[in-house]
Design a protein around this ligand. Structure first.
Ligand code: AGP
Length: 616
């Protein structure tokens, strides 16, 4: 939702904070700011708009120091104004704070502080926290046994209900930073004579890969050249260090105009990474190292519930078709935000699987915790190693897609489907899926990277198709069976990148209402990559064309769909039914990308969105 970074070391903090914020902008980009300790005061510089606006402001200011904090914002409390931009400071400017999360009881705290004489310059919950810390700091006395700054932060957080990942400075305490987390990610980086605190390793990985992930209700206190971890209850915490093996270069554009296009083109590699080391020796099945479930336990599963949000939820819908078809296990798909409150009837033979690229989506995290609260096992399919969902799940499968920086999820989506196919294969081969059928699926998976490469070569042609539709304001996406979730995903990609109103439906549903939307200004995408319902799709195409609709079709090479059957046709390789959803997705990703660029939008940071939604 927001990105925070803090630095303490021997270097000038400003360039490090700015570079870190640039790498965190995928988390939110409504406004940005930094605060740096200089000669006993904390100087704060903030600007609305993208990071470049802050950099422009800084170019006119002399600001240098070796301890500082920074923030890039996705607005939750309060509109996009400079006053609401972080860092937020206490009335006396002693306390400066950056915050990712939402404090749910901030109004009551604000009222309490107002009675104490505090005034507020912003609408944010974060300023309330800064003043609450200041209140405790003014009450706290230094003592040999407890640190006044740390105690004031700790006591303030004991009053807080909600989510936070914070970094705090106190102008009385140069060369000190306090960090704390509850539900919002926070990681400590330890370099040579320097420390980092951030929402995401990517913000400082070029400086150090030696990290400690904070858990909920933990605080870290950096003082000069050392740090300590405690809980909110003041219990000491042993630091568990990790070596991040992630190539920061992969978080760079490497010559692409946008991260979204780079990540679309990285899909062949991402698919190979998802498959690597997971095909069984006899090439008829799959295996995983992290399920933490025996085959006997998996054999007892008689129901699977898949939970996720957004594109990951679309991946769940594809997984439903695949797992039911190849493993013959009943599958239900739930929006995570609904599942957590629905009180669904569950029993011990139900397996919950959550899918989340970031591993930090709070609705998905809450759904997982609700299932665990009710005694069920939860597996997680995630991309970010060490993410909260990855760490709290009972077992899981990493995607190994590499960092996905563009807000629109592309390579993570197709990777999630790949892993779902592998999981269906593993579960199926424990049940009735034959050796020959298993061999066929594995062969299809092995061909997939090359087939995706061949579709990517059509990017310029798809751009020319997008040119013809760039001014439309509405669009429908239709598909049947496992193409229906791809229709939903295609609509989601288009709406979040090009701001065109787009909806996905099962193709047959068009007759039950959406048909009324059809005009020549409302083009319709048909996903015709499923042979056994192809004739039905062709009928649907005729129905809408009879009413003046322009039609774009994604069809398989050598398909019965003729080149003149639609206004535009994009052919994809003939694939196994298990992988056809992936093949049909690639043209839709490219179409959405080109539409967004042609309509002049920032496709990596579309308006109002963020890469990881860590508020409910
Ligand atoms: C998809 O393009 C969006 N960025 C969004 O729907 C995303 O898929 C959703 O927020 C879930 O994110 P997650 O996979 O990190 O949990």
């Amino acid at each position: 939702m927001c990105g925070i970074i803090a630095y303490l070391g021997l270097q000038d903090a400003v360039p490090i904070l700015i570079d870190g914020l640039r790498r965190l902008e995928y988390r939110g980009y409504d406004s940005a700011g930094i605060a740096v300790q200089v000669d006993g005061i904390t100087q704060c510089v903030r600007a609305i708009g993208p990071l470049s606006a802050l950099q422009k402001k800084l170019s006119t200011i002399e600001l240098a120091g070796n301890t500082g904090i920074g923030h890039t914002r996705w607005a939750t409390h309060g509109s996009v104004t400079e006053a609401n931009t972080h860092p937020q400071q206490s009335n006396d400017k002693k306390i400066s704070i950056v915050h990712n999360g939402v404090i749910e009881n901030f109004q009551s705290i604000r009222e309490f502080l107002s009675v104490q004489g505090f005034q507020f310059q912003s609408e944010t919950d974060t300023e309330t926290l800064a003043n609450l810390i200041s209140y405790h700091y003014s009450k706290e006395l230094e003592s040999p046994t407890q640190d006044r700054f740390l105690e004031s932060v700790r006591k303030a957080l004991l009053h807080v209900r909600g989510t936070y990942g914070i970094a705090v400075l106190c102008s009385d305490r140069p060369n000190e930073i306090i960090g704390a987390r509850n539900s919002s990610p926070l990681v400590l980086g330890m370099g040579k004579d320097e420390f980092f605190i951030s929402s995401d390793v990517c913000s400082f990985a070029q400086h150090t890969r030696d990290v400690v992930y904070l858990h909920d209700n933990e605080l870290v206190h950096i003082t000069g050249d050392h740090f300590k971890l405690i809980t909110l209850d003041r219990e000491a915490v042993e630091a568990v260090r990790h070596e991040v093996d992630w190539d920061t270069a992969s978080a760079e554009l490497n010559g692409y105009p946008h991260f979204m296009l780079k990540e679309i083109f990285e899909q062949p590699q991402a698919i190979e990474n998802a498959l690597r080391g997971r095909i069984s020796g006899d090439l008829s099945s799959a295996h995983f190292g992290g399920l933490q479930m025996t085959d006997e336990e998996l054999h007892k599963i008689n129901r699977i519930i898949l939970c996720a949000c957004g594109t990951a939820w679309c991946a769940c819908l594809v997984a439903e078709y695949i797992i039911e078809k190849f493993a013959r296990i009943p599958v239900e798909v739930e929006y995570a935000s609904e599942f957590r409150y629905r009180n669904a009837p569950l029993d011990q033979q139900t397996l919950i699987i959550v899918i989340s690229q970031s591993g930090e989506t709070i609705d998905t995290l809450a759904a997982m915790r609700e299932a665990q609260q009710r005694g069920l096992r939860v597996l997680a399919i995630t991309n970010v190693v060490g993410s909260t969902i990855a760490r709290e799940a009972d077992g899981g499968i990493y995607q190994h897609s590499g960092p996905e920086i563009g807000v629109a999820s592309t390579k993570a989506f197709t990777s999630q489907i790949c892993i779902s196919i592998l999981l269906a294969l593993h579960l199926g081969r424990l049940r009735d899926l034959s050796f020959d059928d298993g061999i066929e699926i594995v062969e299809a998976l092995k061909k997939l990277p090359e087939q995706v490469e061949s579709i990517l070569l059509q990017s310029e042609r798809i751009r020319s198709i997008a040119m013809r539709y760039k001014d439309c304001s509405d669009m429908l996406f239709l598909g049947r069976q496992s193409m229906f979730p791809i229709a939903l995903e295609g609509a989601l990609k288009l709406k979040e990148i090009s701001y065109v109103h787009a909806e996905g439906y099962p193709a047959a549903e068009i007759k039950h209402g959406p048909m009324a939307l059809i005009t020549p200004q409302c083009p319709i995408f048909f996903l015709a990559c499923d042979d056994h319902v192809l004739e039905k799709i062709q009928s649907n195409m005729h129905e809408v064309q009879a009413r003046g609709a322009r039609v774009i079709v994604v069809a398989q090479e050598n398909s019965a769909i003729h080149a003149n059957a639609a206004n535009d046709i994009i052919f994809v390789p003939q694939g196994h039914s298990a992988v056809n959803p992936i093949l049909a997705t690639i043209p839709l990703q490219l179409f959405a990308y080109h539409m967004g660029v042609l309509r002049g939008h920032n496709v990596d940071r579309p308006r109002h969105l963020a890469k990881s939604v860590t508020v409910e």
